[in-house]
Ligand binder design. Structure first.
Ligand SMILES: [Mg+2]
Length: 359
């Protein structure tokens, strides 16, 4: 197919993970709507809702206040990250018996490339995936949905098809039957915003996307157009990457006037700390390095970085570090044109497993 060697990819996705762990640990919660998330008073959002709560329309990333309005009988619980990390490690140990090529997407989700293991053992990916699913259930007491396919895109679609407790093998022929009818949102990289712009031009399904004129596609998606056209045909060359590349998360602003006032600078930095912390939590990342960037009125750029003692996603910690860095970065009283805050050097879900670090 498409000049690529054949691969065997498995996608393992724990069902309603945080909520399921809570129901596992507290039998009184089983069969009841459970929401794991932040307090509505602190403008918290839903991390995970149990399937009982999803029936009321509760979804991940929804403000907790709205979730409780939809489902007043739900039990709201604060996340116990350490417990989820521990179970995640248990799952990871099972996965590692099959391959080292594991790409954790989040604490509850991972891709495995078992191509070499299939060659080595003569067992099929389907047999291994079934065994993984059974072992995860036996060893953790929790269900996972598992998809098997020749690439990541199809493996993820497969694990999604029969959630919860699903097991779906999707070969190219099956994918070819299913893909054209699926909503465009199912394609990797199509978020809510892109979905909306596609809907506006009458593109609702992956089949619609396939029929789109090439020129229009590239006007809408630029360099991504070609990849998207391939994905729409079920072709995905992305490798399973045991480590994701390091990125940074940041925010910056250019002032309408040059600012000398320390309090105004500190206030701006404080606002960035909130924003950056939100985004870290959203991506379930912890950052080790904090960097403050300053551009003076004369366009001199200055940066100061600090590596924290323990990785964090807390605004207070970021703010404290950033304010000190700001003091160091800006020589007294010089007018500032732009300031920014960035964090990097992330601890990823994959590292939690490896290092066994507490949050
Ligand atoms: Mg999941």
């Amino acid at each position: 197919m498409d000049g690529q060697e054949r691969r065997s990819i498995i996608h393992v996705d724990m069902d309603a993970f945080f909520a399921s762990v809570e129901q596992l640990d507290n039998p009184a919660l089983r069969g009841r709507p459970v929401i794991v998330g932040g307090s509505p008073r602190a403008r918290g959002v839903v991390s995970t809702a149990s399937y009982e709560a999803r029936r009321f329309g509760v979804r991940s990333a929804m403000p907790t206040g709205r979730a409780l309005a939809l489902c007043p009988s739900a039990v709201l619980l604060t996340p116990r990250m350490q417990r989820y990390v521990d179970i995640s490690k248990q799952v990871r140990r099972v996965l590692r018996d099959y391959t080292d090529l594991i790409e954790p997407v989040s604490l509850d989700e991972a891709f495995l490339d078992v191509t070499a293991a299939v060659d080595r053992t003569g067992r099929t990916a389907t047999v291994m995936a079934r065994e993984i699913k059974d072992r995860v259930a036996r060893e953790t007491g929790l269900t996972a949905s598992v998809g098997v396919a020749p690439n990541k895109l199809l493996a993820k679609l497969a694990s999604d098809l029969k959630k919860p407790d699903g097991f779906v093998v999707l070969d190219e022929a099956a994918a070819e039957r299913l893909l054209p009818e699926m909503p465009v949102r199912q394609l990797w990289g199509i978020g809510a915003k892109t979905e909306l712009s596609l809907h506006r031009i009458g593109v609702f399904t992956i089949g619609d996307l396939r029929r789109m004129d090439e020129g229009l596609l590239s006007r809408l998606f630029g360099r991504r157009a070609e990849e998207l056209a391939l994905l729409a045909r079920g072709i995905d060359h992305r490798p399973v990457e045991p480590r994701q590349e390091v990125k940074s998360v940041g925010a910056e602003t250019t002032f309408p006037d040059d600012v000398r006032d320390r309090e105004r600078l500190a206030a701006a930095i404080g606002g960035f700390a909130d924003e950056v912390a939100d985004r870290l939590r959203e991506h379930r990342l912890l950052a080790r390095t904090v960097t403050v960037k300053v551009r003076l009125a004369d366009f001199t750029n200055l940066t100061r970085s600090q590596t924290l003692q323990s990785p964090t996603d807390e605004e207070d910690v970021l703010r404290a570090a950033a304010v000190i860095l700001l003091e160091r970065a800006v020589p007294g009283g010089r007018p500032v044109r732009l300031i920014g805050l960035a964090v990097s050097n992330f601890l990823r879900p994959g590292d939690y497993y490896q290092a066994g670090l507490p949050f």
